[in-house]
Design a protein around this ligand. Structure first.
Ligand code: ZN
Length: 459
């Protein structure tokens, strides 16, 4: 049972007459939204009133309402290594090789702080569901995902926590140092334990688990094959990085004699159970195959620009049938965990590829909500419609940067909205007036930044 499902008596809340409301199907919601417990039960068109009495009315006349944003790729632990001088100006492979030894010193306390920071930052940007890809399990970090579960519950967000893995050390031709990789049996036993302990299957799930071998250059073929089998047996999703850089493509050709999508296919991953981070370097035939399989893609525009990796062919993938969502990627290659900021960057980067007429603010907000939900295999979140979970982000345009703007939805991205005024997850307020309820942000910053300094300076 989801932590959000309570036995309280039914309470009805009317979010009345928002300034504007974004829905996937352009529903008229000008009279507002009615919420009952954790679900949206009515969307009211102009002139309509709730069908039966409500317990509470929330005046939204100065607020733009979006479905809670959904982030489909991150590495929360990397908030500890943002803007680290030695890797500020390098591409992916040297970036990773410099960072692995630092990350190998991670502790459970550090991961807990890093997870709190990443999730808090996301939540304040209007994000209600976040996926994390955690693949570091050095000695002492065996309970990494358990540590993250605790933080998710504290903050009251939803999360798709992926049990990542690395199994191909430098000595075997991989990229990561030997002491950061695990053997296949250890990975699989822990994966199964986490699924059975934490994965929620019902509508409104708060916590889900997926399996996520890190990337072609850090895992063995065997762990890819075995993870796919276990995911099918346990009915959970699969996630990995793919086609991020040309270095990676060259690695796959040399190591496996295959291009990236052929490699994915050869290990049993070309399916609708899988979603991929980045998905940049595909040819036309590969795009067609990914679309046909229904494999999801997480577009990470800022990370792709920061590491100069390339531009994801978003519209071609969608036209081929692939679900597409957004992700901020890890904070060492972004270095922000702000999903509104990410959506704005997606709008501009994708306009360079596809033109201003085809990439609109609504297109991109659709990717950040319903698109991301389908990438995570969910249809109960990511939209404002009767029956959906009451995950909502409210934005105020009462700020200098919006002064003189006209269309409220476009203004959010074009004028650069970066913080939600209020955020609700499963019908419960988690952010009010830009403050996370029950979290002392200053104390968190003090602890997290001290921890980040310690991690870099330790030898
Ligand atoms: Zn990543």
């Amino acid at each position: 049972m989801s932590a959000f499902q309570t036995n309280h008596s039914v309470s009805r809340l009317w979010i009345k007459q928002p300034l504007a409301c974004f829905t996937a199907n352009e529903l008229d919601a000008s009279a507002g939204i009615v919420i009952e417990n954790q679900r949206i039960v009515e969307v009211l068109a102009q002139g309509q009133e709730p069908s039966s009495p409500v317990d509470e009315v929330f005046d939204a006349k100065n607020l733009v309402v979006l479905p809670g944003l959904i982030n489909t790729h991150h590495h929360f632990y990397q908030t500890l290594t943002r803007a680290w001088a030695p890797v500020v100006n390098v591409p992916l492979f040297p970036w990773l090789q410099n960072l692995y030894p630092v990350w190998a010193r991670l502790t459970p306390e550090a991961l807990s702080l890093a997870t709190q920071v990443a999730m808090a930052e996301l939540l304040l940007s209007g994000c209600t569901t976040a996926a994390d890809h955690h693949y570091l399990f050095p000695t002492g970090m065996e309970d990494a995902i358990d540590v993250q579960v605790e933080v998710v519950r504290q903050l009251g967000m939803r999360a798709m926590l992926t049990r990542g893995s690395m199994s191909l050390g430098e000595d075997e031709g991989g990229l990561p140092p030997r002491h950061t990789v695990q053997d296949g049996d250890t990975i699989l036993v822990d994966s199964q334990r986490l699924i059975r302990q934490y994965h929620e299957r019902e509508e409104g799930a708060q916590i889900q688990i997926a399996l996520a071998p890190c990337s072609p250059f850090s895992v063995t073929r065997d762990i890819m094959i075995d993870s796919a089998k276990l995911a099918e047996q346990e009915d959970v999703r699969l996630h990995t990085h793919l086609a991020e850089t040309l270095d990676e493509e060259a690695f796959c050709l040399k190591m496996f004699g295959l291009r990236t999508v052929d490699y994915l296919d050869s290990v049993g991953w070309l399916s609708d159970r899988t979603w991929l981070a980045h998905g940049i370097h595909f040819n036309d035939d590969e795009i067609r195959r990914l679309g046909q399989a229904g494999t999801g893609i997480c577009h990470c525009p800022v990370s792709n620009m920061r590491l100069a990796s390339g531009i994801c062919p978003t519209l071609d993938l969608i036209e081929a049938g692939a679900p597409l969502g957004l992700g901020v990627d890890g904070s060492a290659s972004n270095d922000a965990s702000n999903l509104m900021y990410e959506a704005r960057q997606a709008l501009y980067l994708q306009r360079l590829k596809y033109g201003a007429e085809r990439i609109t603010p609504k297109t991109v907000l659709g990717w950040a909500t319903k698109g991301s939900a389908s990438v995570l295999g969910r249809n109960d979140i990511g939209d404002i419609a009767p029956g959906k979970q009451a995950d909502l982000a409210f934005f105020s345009l009462d700020e200098l940067r919006f002064s003189g703007s006209h269309d409220p939805i476009s203004a959010l991205l074009l004028c650069g909205a970066d913080q939600a005024e209020h955020v609700m997850v499963a019908g419960q307020w988690r952010v009010k007036h830009r403050q996370i309820l029950g979290l002392d942000i200053n104390e968190l910053i003090a602890k997290h930044s001290a921890c980040a300094k310690g991690l870099i300076n330790a030898r």
